[in-house]
Design a protein around this ligand. Structure first.
Ligand SMILES: [Zn+2]
Length: 350
């Protein structure tokens, strides 16, 4: 299909019968993979951009760990897009990571019900639109035809029709293809009701087959850029790993804050206590719990690949694609470590 290089490190790392054995086998594989990736080249360019900030239930985002759950029902998460450029044997490629079409994503059943049951002045005050994907591209000087690939760690709430086109609608990014784990694609076409509540009903409807690249396992896309299968939050979830001057950034939505990957250090109400009491090293983002054992393994895998942050070495270098962001209306939710934004290298205009 294409010359993406398979990553073999994680083959069989989840095969042990014991649950913690799977965690340790995967941690070891992640250490090997991290060493290999750090010894290789970096991406040419990586930059994060804020898209939208929305409310999200604390009982999901900080599963069982947030002690004020009964009084503070919501927290704020900020959705980000990342623009990445990397070299391949076929030249420089431009990738958009998590380009959410938030003008359309509101049709996701869970969020539709939330919006419908909340006074509109409150919705407008709490949900904040910073910018849109086309506005970001225009600002940094990329043309729609410059985009080679788009990808999402998973397809919850996503509507990709405007970007890729359908039988009725031209593609805004005429050369872009969606990179998606085959399990995510197959799930999204045939959903369990608990999962269906989080997918945009028509979000992938009518996309021409040649616009979709389904991959298996984990792959290197090019120099310094990898997609690593990290199932749990969804079966076909993957994390995006980019090698930059700040080390390896690892992005997904398995956890909603760096604090979720280092809960013992967290000052979010109750989180450190909870982590110490049950002995967990991560806090899962638990709106969909069907595969929580795998999600635990995947979060250990992610923080091991990421390694220590150069901003504060006590924390792992993960960059949640939806990051818990402090907001005065939601007391007790301020994370101890906040990534905010990151930039590496310079954009090349193709
Ligand atoms: Zn999700």
């Amino acid at each position: 299909m294409n010359d993406f290089k398979p990553i073999k490190h994680f083959d069989g790392s989840r095969k042990a019968y014991g649950q913690q054995s799977r965690v340790e086998d995967t941690r070891g594989a992640a250490e090997d993979f991290r060493r290999e990736m750090l010894a290789g080249p970096k991406v040419r360019y990586f930059e994060s951009f804020d898209l939208v900030t929305v409310p999200y239930p604390t009982r999901y985002g900080l599963r069982n760990a947030f002690s004020r759950e009964r009084w503070v029902e919501f927290l704020h998460i900020r959705n980000r897009m990342f623009v990445v450029q990397f070299d391949t044997s076929d030249g420089l490629k431009t990738l958009l990571v998590s380009p959410s079409d938030h003008e359309r994503g509101e049709e996701t059943p869970y969020f539709r019900r939330l919006v419908d049951s909340t006074p509109s002045f409150l919705v407008n005050y709490i949900a904040r639109r910073h910018t849109t994907v086309p506005q970001i591209l225009q600002r940094i000087g990329l043309k729609p035809e410059d985009i080679d690939y788009i990808t999402y760690d998973h397809l919850h709430t996503q509507d990709v029709r405007r970007w890729l086109g359908t039988n009725e609608e031209d593609a805004l990014f005429p050369n872009a293809q969606l990179l998606v784990h085959w399990r995510e694609w197959e799930s999204a076409l045939d959903l369990n009701p608990y999962q269906a509540d989080w997918y945009c009903p028509q979000g992938i409807h009518g996309i021409p087959a040649e616009k979709i690249i389904q991959f298996d396992g984990s792959i290197m896309l090019g120099d310094g850029c990898a997609l690593v299968h990290t199932p749990g939050h969804t079966e076909g979830n993957h994390s995006i790993v980019t090698h930059t001057d700040e080390g390896l950034w690892v992005t997904s939505e398995n956890g909603i804050s760096v604090d979720a990957y280092a809960p013992q250090l967290s000052r979010i109400s109750g989180v450190a206590d909870y982590a110490n009491t049950i002995g967990t090293e991560i806090i899962i983002n638990g709106n969909t719990l069907e595969n929580a054992v795998d999600q635990y393994i995947s979060m250990v895998q992610e923080k091991t690949i990421a390694g220590p942050s150069q901003r504060d070495a006590r924390y792992p270098n993960v960059f949640p694609s939806s990051e818990l962001t402090p907001f005065w209306l939601f007391p007790g939710t301020r994370p101890s470590f906040y990534v905010g934004n990151a930039k590496h290298g310079q954009l090349t205009k193709p």
